[in-house]
Design a protein around this ligand. Structure first.
Ligand SMILES: Cc1ncc(COP(=O)(O)O)c(C=O)c1O
Length: 417
C-alpha cells in the first residue's frame, strides 16, 4: 500500500499544481464506516466534516450501498435518452420534498454543473443576461459558476463574466450579522435600481458554506425575494452544501420560509456517488424546451443512491436529529467561545456549524492537533479563519462531547498556542 509520502509525491508528479490537501502530515485514508474514517495504520478518526457535507447518511452506509451494489450489477448506464426507472422515481421523490410547487428536475453530475444549468435556465426563462450574486458565495469551478462566486480564492479565472453584480455579503467577519444584512439588502436594491431589467437571476447559498458558515437573519431571504420579484429577477437557491437535512430541515431555505424559483443540489444527494440536480417551478421549467442531455446525469446507479438517501433521511429522522444535535453542539461551542479569546464567533444551523478564529494560522494548528487526536474537522471562510463542523448526521451526543472535550484541550495546549 502507498504511504502518505508516496501519495503526495504522485500528486506532485501527476496532478496539476492546484491539487492541495489539508494538514502538514496528512493521513492516508483507506476505509470509512458510519461516522468513522480509518488510515493505513489502522488509526480511527471521528469524521466531523463528512467529505465537505457529502456523507450525511454516514460512510459506506449499508442500506444505501446494498441498493447501489444491486443496481451496479443490474444496469449501470444507458444515458437519459433511454427509458430507465430510477431517474424518474428520484425526480418524483424530490418533487415531494422540494419546497412549494417545484416539480421538474434535470440531473447532472456535480454542484458546479447544477448551478451552470440553473443559470442557463434563468437566462432562457427571462431572456436577460446578467446575474446578481453575493460576496462570500461559492457556486462552482466552471467559467460561468466561477463568475458568480464571491470568494477571491476560488475566482481564479482571469476573465470572469462581466455581467455579474456582487451584493455585499450578509455577515461580517466578526459576526455582526444583522447590521451587515441590512447593508447587504441595500446593496441589492442599489444594483437592481441600476441594472434590474438586465438581470436574469440572483444566486445565493441560504447559508454560505465556504464563505465561513454565514447565516443571514431569518427574514433576509423573504425580503430579498420580494425585492427581486419587483424586478422580475429569479431567485436561485444553491443548496449544494446545505441540502438534505444538513441544517435541521431538508433544505436550508425552509428556515427562511421562502420558495425559490430554481434550486440546485448535489453532494449529500448521492452520499458519495456523483450526482447533481436543479429543479424549478413548472412555469419556469417550461422555458427549457430545447433538447439537452447530460451523458451520465440521471444514471441508474446515482439515481438509486439518491432514492435510498431520501428514504434513509426519512426513516432515520435525520432532519430532527440534525436540529437537536446541532443545538446541543452549538451550546458547547458557545461555552468554548466564552473561555477562549481567540474564538471570535460561533454560529450555524443544525449540524452545519462554524467557529471563527482570529486568523488562518490558528485554524491550521487546531486542525492538525485535532487530527492527531483522532478528529477530522474542516476549515473555510474568506480569510480561511473559520473551523467548520459538518459531521455525518448519524453522530451521537457522546461524539459531540468527545470532540468538544478534545477541542478544549487543544485550545488550552500551551505547546501549540
Ligand atoms: C454551495 C456550493 N455550490 C457549488 C459547489 C460546487 O459543487 P461541486 O464541487 O460538486 O462541483 C460547492 C462545492 O463545495 C458548494 O459548496
Amino acid at each position: 500500500m502507498l504511504t502518505s509520502e508516496a501519495i503526495i509525491q504522485k500528486k506532485k508528479d501527476f496532478f496539476f499544481p492546484n491539487a492541495m490537501h489539508f494538514y502538514k502530515n496528512p493521513p492516508h485514508i483507506v476505509r470509512g464506516e458510519g461516522k468513522n474514517l480509518y488510515d493505513d495504520q489502522g488509526k480511527c478518526y471521528l469524521d466531523f466534516f463528512a467529505g465537505v457535507s457529502v456523507v450525511n447518511c454516514g460512510h459506506c452506509n449499508p442500506f444505501i450501498n446494498e441498493r447501489v451494489a444491486n443496481q451496479l450489477s443490474t444496469l449501470q448506464h444507458t444515458s437519459i435518452i433511454y427509458l430507465t426507472e430510477p431517474m424518474v422515481l428520484l425526480a418524483e421523490k424530490l418533487a415531494a420534498v422540494l419546497p412549494g410547487d417545484m416539480q421538474q428536475t434535470f440531473f447532472c453530475c456535480s454542484g458546479t454543473e447544477a448551478n451552470e444549468g440553473a443559470l442557463l435556465l434563468a437566462r432562457l426563462y427571462t431572456g436577460r443576461k446578467g446575474f446578481l450574486a453575493f460576496e462570500g458565495g461559492l457556486h462552482g469551478r466552471s467559467a460561468f459558476t466561477m463568475s458568480v462566486t464571491g470568494i477571491p480564492m476560488w475566482r481564479i479565472d482571469p476573465f470572469p463574466d462581466k455581467d455579474v453584480h456582487f451584493a455585499k455579503g450578509f455577515l461580517s467577519h466578526n459576526g455582526q450579522r444583522h447590521r451587515t444584512a441590512d447593508e447587504s439588502l441595500d446593496s441589492v436594491k442599489a444594483i437592481l435600481k441600476e441594472h434590474g431589467q438586465e438581470i436574469a437571476a440572483c444566486i445565493i447559498e441560504p447559508i454560505q458554506g465556504n464563505g465561513g458558515i454565514n447565516i443571514p437573519p431569518l427574514d433576509f431571504l423573504g425580503k430579498l425575494k420580494a425585492v427581486l420579484d419587483d424586478y422580475g429577477v429569479l431567485l436561485i437557491a444553491d443548496e449544494v452544501q446545505t441540502g438534505f437535512a444538513r441544517t435541521g430541515k431538508m433544505f436550508a431555505i425552509e428556515h427562511f420560509d421562502v420558495v425559490p424559483d430554481i434550486m440546485t443540489m448535489a453532494k449529500a444527494l448521492g452520499n458519495g456517488l456523483p450526482i447533481g440536480a436543479f429543479s424549478a417551478r413548472p412555469h419556469i421549467a417550461k422555458a427549457f424546451d430545447k433538447p439537452s442531455a447530460s451523458t451520465l446525469g440521471g444514471n441508474p446507479v446515482s439515481a438509486t443512491a439518491g432514492i435510498a438517501v431520501l428514504e434513509y433521511i426519512d426513516t432515520h429522522d435525520l432532519c430532527q436529529k440534525s436540529e437537536r444535535l446541532g443545538s446541543y453542539f452549538l451550546n458547547q461551542l458557545i461555552s468554548l467561545k466564552e473561555k477562549y479569546a481567540m474564538i471570535q464567533d460561533v454560529r450555524g444551523l443544525g449540524l452545519m456549524l462554524g467557529m471563527e478564529m482570529e486568523n488562518a494560522e490558528q485554524v491550521d494548528v487546531v486542525l492538525e492537533e485535532m487530527k492527531d487526536r483522532g478528529f477530522i474537522i474542516g476549515k473555510n471562510g474568506i480569510k480561511r479563519n473559520v473551523i467548520a463542523f459538518q459531521p455525518p448526521l448519524i453522530i451521537s451526543e457522546e461524539d459531540i462531547d468527545a470532540l468538544c472535550e478534545n477541542l478544549d484541550q487543544a485550545l488550552n495546549n500551551k505547546a501549540i498556542f
